[in-house]
Design a protein around this ligand. Sequence first.
Ligand code: ADP
Ligand code: MG
Length: 676
Amino acid sequence: MPSLYKIPIQTLNKVGPKKAELFRKLGAESVGDLLRIYPRTYEDWSNPLTIEEAVQSDVCCVRARIEKICPPARIRGNMIIYKVIAADEYDHMNVTFFNQKYTYEKLRSGGEFLFYGCVRNNFGSYEMTSPAVSDTVSSVIHPIYPQVGTLTSKQIENAMQQAIKMLPEKTNDPIPRDLREKYGICNLDFAIRNIHFPVNNDAAVRSKKRFVFEELLILQLGIAMLNRGRICAVSHKIERDYTDEFLKLLSFVPTNAQLRSIRECIDDMLKLEHPMNRLIQGDVGSGKTAVAAAVCYTAVKNGLQCAFMAPTEILAQQHYESLTQLFKASDVHIALLTGSTTAAEKRRINDLLITGSIDIIIGTHALISDDVSFNRLGLVVTDEQHRFGVRQRSMLISKGDSPHIMVMSATPIPRTLALMIFGDLDLSVLDELPPGRQKTDTYLVDGSKRHRIYGFIKKHIENGNQCYIVCPLVEKGDSPLVSAEEYAESLKKTVLSGFRTEILHGKMKSREKDRIMNEFASGNIDILVSTTVIEVGINVPNATIMLIENAERFGLSQLHQLRGRVGRGKDKAYCILISDIQKESSLERLQVMCKTNDGFKIADEDLRLRGPGDFFGTRQHGLPELKTARLTDMMSLEAAGKAAAEILSSDPELEDKRHRALKFEVQRLFSFETIN
Ligand code: ADP
Ligand code: MG
């Protein structure tokens, strides 16, 4: 479809400059882009149900005849309520519309219509509220698109119909025919028509499957090509290992897993002909920071500068403090650069970086900014890598001359997925926790136990420990979910009223966040009521209780991260999950947390329960955004991985003309031209 990418969206009928702007927000600059905006879901009007069948289903399409049309009634202000009674052979139902004059006027007494929505049983009478209505003729499957601002799904559908008509007779399918046959994938022309306007359900499913496969194939080709590009580069070899010297600075004895990981990194830098490209995967609390510090130390002693990038300011600050402390008896110079560093300080730091007087710069993605340059950047460490985009990482890397790369991941990406996503990244696993750590006991309770738990927390605080309470939202909204601010307020009426409580959330100024985190770390705050901003990396060993409200709102891997904030010191720690949800499957999911503390098991379980789609969906991986992969399963990921390997083994640069369209799509997804 390359040529359709050159036709601006405004060419379409009824798409003026204003609408075009909304289409652009949706990701559609051109007609080609538009065709790649897939429906979020469908309304299936092709198979209408009876009223009785509809009561037993979710949202669906019902066929009924209009028995009676009631006169409109004004209930308050501008609200007008329209009621009709509709019936089929067996039952009748009340249908209510609010302010939908247009729909109401379409209805004729005695006429047969299709209603799309949810039929409820309200004490024996069947009801439908604000359904979509159509006369019986148009019984088809309708695409429902993601909405942006005032741009409705209907308007997108209208534009899409025009776009489909512009498809050339013969589309150039990026997936070569032999691959399609081998993996049971339908062709592009069929898929593009049927993902938007499916002839039946099966066609929609097959089309979706094709785009999932295509997307994962392109993703894996792109990753493989990005990684390979690096491998050809010349490296900053180092001369000597300074780990023994480093260990003298360390206040604890490293675990064997830490020693092994340090060794593996340093061997890469000493011996490989290409730069190190290593993923350090270790469960929360396994001591990844010390490994990074050790590797930085040897790099610095060999004359290299290091950049250490963390995903949040709090975390960058904390790394800065622990490394400053660790290196205070050495001559290693460290600086911190984040979004809240003042302009003057930034200039000063940058001058020192260029002259090479700063050895290790720690920071957030502020490090990527154009005005940051280095003297001899030789090692790039990214903590919690999955939070950064492939591009952000590449931009930092490009500030050095093929620097060594170390990526630390705390959310354990399931092994199968990691291998596929990171391809030929080497892997070090910290499979051992520092000695003396006790298992964090985890309990799942409902809200009725809350006050008993407060008593338990009180006892711990009186013993000198601290507590985290995590709530899903920041401010009070109309959602029933507990918000951090409200929550902190409500604690004043409980046994916890006498303790020092503070709140922490992502919308606070970073200076304020830092202040609170520092006070919590130094023990001046007893209870920290927070949103998930504390999820990554924070280290306060004296905190021993993690209470999580509305636990059902969080993914398992996220809960594991949160739980990892406690159990980091010598004292026994507890994690309490509060949830009033009654759904069996949600409870089963939360029970996984009570059964194991092993992050890998949890991640695998998460993957089993939710499918890898959510890894893509929540953008936990730092890869380009995928549009359909959310719908996928492990099978397509594996199949696409195999197909990618097959293609690259015979045509590593995608130069074959059979692969031209594929290469075009890979470049589009990764925007290579802006990376390199
Ligand atoms: P994570 O892997 O989650 O990033 P950190 O690097 O933050 O873990 O380490 C967690 C805590 O464990 C820190 O307080 C750190 O000082 C401590 N620690 C790390 N390694 C050891 C060790 N070998 N012995 C004792 N404590 C350790
Ligand atoms: Mg960490």
